[in-house]
Design a protein around this ligand. Structure first.
Ligand code: SAH
Length: 348
């Protein structure tokens, strides 16, 4: 029964919404292993054993939003706030370049200091220094005009997780002033402006159901993102969700395999959150079908402050150590980190 669904997914790159829910609800170790095996084969056909790296630079933990799950939400008075200067961001990128990174991800809270003008100057300088690199932004919801300006100065990619494709669930994770419609509007704008676009969601967010996850999968099937970031929800002690339980490695890996089969060329990270809830989480993610890792290039003195959830890993070491550690981990399971921009393979 479930094997039939796995076969159908593999052959057709999609299922009915109710079938996705059934695949999730009735999953077994065997169905997970079968999916992972198929996902691995499909990924190897497109990308071989290459794993792409992205140098993550966490530019600010100042945020105007108050997402209920997030440790840097504005009402967390215990969060010690910081903002990197453009010079320090450029230094991180220079260091990353020397280590072999060819993609830089600038991620942060929605910090009004980073106006279009300041960001455009920064992106322009990054592209001048490193014309062979991709610049990915992950700076939340902005206007169409803002996304257009950033794209025009050279930003190549944008990561904006949709967080959940179920409107009612979205509203339980966010305060009333945030909107599901605006989140989706942003993704459409980014696509229209020619960015390589990443969406994604948390696995095991409080009271999430298989039916809601099925909607996320249906959304991925129709949106066909270039990138898709999924990781387990992990509670943070200073948020309203402090008492909730974390998502699991098992379900996250299961969904990574499903997403690989839905959209074979998708760039799929084995996330830091996955590595946080299991010391071998990122290896497990790669083996389930992921093909991207995102080592931290932020200055060590701010890393602990970009704490989206409790016990986030990779906050203590230098960038070079972070890269070496991941290199070793990937080699240990037969994969190889490559020096490459790591664009999605097209046509598909
Ligand atoms: N402000 C940016 C970047 C957000 S941080 C934006 O809005 O896109 C990147 C991602 O971390 C979020 O999209 C969210 O999915 C994830 N995240 C935040 N809090 C988390 C938590 N407690 N557990 C797991 N993931 C979390």
């Amino acid at each position: 029964m479930i094997d039939t669904l796995v076969d159908k997914l593999w052959a057709q790159h999609g299922l009915e919404e109710a079938e996705y829910a059934r695949l999730i609800e009735q999953r077994t170790d065997e169905s997970a292993a079968l999916l992972a095996q198929r996902a691995d084969a499909v990924r190897r056909k497109i990308y071989g054993n290459a794993v792409f790296v992205r140098g993550l630079i966490e530019i600010s933990n100042i945020c105007k939003n108050d997402c209920l799950y997030c440790g840097i939400r504005r009402s967390n008075a215990n969060c010690s706030r910081y903002r990197l200067t453009p010079e320090s961001i450029l230094d991180c990128a220079d260091e990353g370049y020397a280590l072999g990174f060819r993609t830089f991800v600038l991620q942060g809270g929605e910090d009004a200091w980073f106006t279009d003008e300041r960001l455009c100057a920064l992106i322009g300088e990054l592209k001048t220094r490193h014309p062979d690199c991709a610049v990915t932004l992950s700076l939340g919801e902005r206007s169409h005009a803002s996304y257009a300006a950033l794209r025009a100065t050279g930003a190549d990619r944008y990561l904006l997780r949709h967080e959940t494709a179920d409107r009612a669930h979205y509203e339980t994770l966010h305060p009333a002033e945030m909107s599901y419609d605006n989140r989706m509007r942003c993704l459409r704008d980014l696509r229209e402006l020619g960015y390589q676009v990443g969406c994604g969601f948390m696995v095991g967010s409080p009271r999430q159901t298989a039916a809601e996850l099925a909607k996320d999968l249906k959304f991925i099937e129709s949106f066909r993102p270039d990138m898709c970031g999924i990781g387990p929800f992990v509670p943070h002690r200073d948020t309203p969700f402090r008492g909730e339980s974390a998502g699991t490695v098992e379900l996250t890996c299961f969904l990574l395999s499903v997403i690989r089969l839905i959209h074979p060329p998708v760039l799929l990270p084995a996330t830091t959150a996955l590595g946080t809830i299991d010391p071998r989480g990122r290896e497990k993610g790669i083996l389930a079908g992921a093909n991207v890792v995102m080592p931290n290039l932020s200055p060590v003195n701010v890393r602990k402050k970009y704490e989206l959830y409790d016990n986030k890993i990779c906050t203590g070491e230098e960038s070079a150590q972070c890269k070496d550690c991941l290199n070793d981990r990937m080699r240990g399971i037969g994969y190889e980190i490559v020096t490459d921009r790591g664009d999605i393979r097209k046509p598909y």
